[in-house]
Design a protein around this ligand. Sequence first.
Ligand SMILES: [Cu+2]
Length: 74
Amino acid sequence: MVNGKVKKIDEVAGKVTLKHGPIKNLGMDEDGMTMVFRVRDPAMLKKVKVGDKVQFEAERTTAGITVTKMQKGK
Ligand SMILES: [Cu+2]
């Protein structure tokens, strides 16, 4: 799982902006990168709020880079 922090939530578009640590499977090695992700299931966005620390997994899909799992982190 990747550590991240929720910066913005767009429920209508099904997107979340996360500041995140390295994501090896996507070739993102740098720490502290902020970017927009799609979410696999919009219901995932109801479980978190802006400012929350999260742990997540993301994959590259035909729709773009997509968060496949997300849970509150510590
Ligand atoms: Cu990134």
